[in-house]
Design a protein around this ligand. Structure first.
Ligand code: HEM
Length: 316
């Protein structure tokens, strides 16, 4: 354990993480019993699975719809709000203090800016915590309130991940969603107070290794980090299912029209169908499907041309 909780960067004294990192030279020879190594090795399989979820694979290929990206940003907002509130609560606990870096890491404010960009200033009335996000948030709250020694697992899983792949994901999102180069909509991915992600991660690992923990607690932390990966994957899966209900044309503010994939009962129009009605077919889906028929497109085009002709004849 760091002998003194004041080892954490004291921003009130104007110390930046760079100053602290210089003081805490990290040894390159890590031991297999170091928490940073145990976490890296112990979550390798989970990491591979997370990287290979459909949602992440699609995202990396730039196949992400704006509406889905907005929902993903909302999920992150609820997650980080809980995580950072619990970190605040535990900032004086020796099992967490050395990893308390609010200035460098905290994402809640960045996510608020992103949500205001996507949903407008009244975003708090427009975003909701999804079921999978709620389960993740509940776990973070439980840990923060009853097992603070496990909070480090949740912080590690999110922040080390964000610092590792953030810049790539930011560029993919900007390109795929045609977001402005000024960074609007992707503040989440920018750590303004970290000049070198690599250097910061070294410092974070050194802090993990300096925690005074017995073998059993270290094992529980690794287990909890695997749980955190699992919660993240459940959020991805949920987003993936919602994505299947959105058409390519789903625009900002528009209700999603399902494309026939997934469970049609989840279509908002299906849900709105009066009880006792015979047909289970969603009218929007039906209309969208009908408009894809070439013969119907021809008839529609002929009708429009005829109407235009009649209108022109009438005007002249
Ligand atoms: C988009 C797919 C992903 C890619 C391409 C990716 C890539 C990487 C890479 C290259 C590293 C090593 C960085 C380094 O050693 O400096 C890393 C580390 C990490 N990633 Fe990911 N990652 C992805 C998704 C995720 C997800 C979904 C999570 C968790 C929610 C995550 C959590 C982590 C963590 C915790 C580390 C730190 C490992 C350590 O050094 O202990 N990653 N990632």
């Amino acid at each position: 354990m760091p002998s003194d909780v004041t080892d954490a960067p004291d921003e009130s004294e104007g110390l930046s993480y760079e100053d602290v990192a210089e003081e805490e030279e990290e040894e390159d020879n890590v031991s297999p019993t170091d928490l940073s190594e145990l976490l890296k090795e112990g979550t390798k399989e989970s990491h591979d699975r997370a990287e290979n979820t459909q949602f992440v694979k699609d995202f990396l290929k730039g196949r992400i719809k704006r509406e889905l990206f907005k929902l993903g940003t909302a999920a992150l907002y609820f997650t980080y709000s809980a995580l950072e509130e619990e970190m605040e609560r535990n900032k004086d606990e020796p099992v967490f203090t050395p990893l308390y870096f609010p200035l460098e890491l905290h994402r809640k404010e960045a996510l608020e800016k992103d949500l205001a960009y996507f949903y407008g200033e009244d975003w708090p009335e427009k975003v909701q915590c999804s079921e999978a996000t709620r389960r993740y948030v509940d776990r973070i709250r439980h840990v923060g309130q009853h097992e603070p020694e496990l909070l480090v697992a949740h912080a590690y899983t999110r922040y080390m991940g964000d610092l590792s792949g953030g810049q790539v994901l930011k560029k993919v999102a900007q390109r795929a969603l045609k977001l402005p180069s000024t960074g609007q909509g992707v503040h989440f991915y920018s750590f303004e107070n970290i000049s070198s992600a690599q250097q910061f991660k070294q410092l974070y690992r050194a802090r993990l290794n300096a925690l005074d923990l017995d073998k059993g607690t270290k094992e529980r932390i690794v287990q909890e980090a695997n749980k955190a990966f699992e919660f993240n994957m459940q959020v991805f899966e949920e987003l993936d299912k919602i994505g299947a209900l959105l058409t390519e044309e789903a625009q900002e503010g528009a209700l999603p029209i399902h494309d026939g994939k997934g469970d049609p009962k989840k279509c908002p129009y299906y849900a709105a169908k009066p009880a006792g009605a015979q047909s289970s077919v969603c009218p929007w889906h039906l209309a969208a499907a009908a408009l894809k028929q070439p013969s119907l497109q021809l008839v529609l085009a002929a009708c429009i041309a005829l109407a235009a002709g009649v209108a022109a004849w009438y005007v002249l």
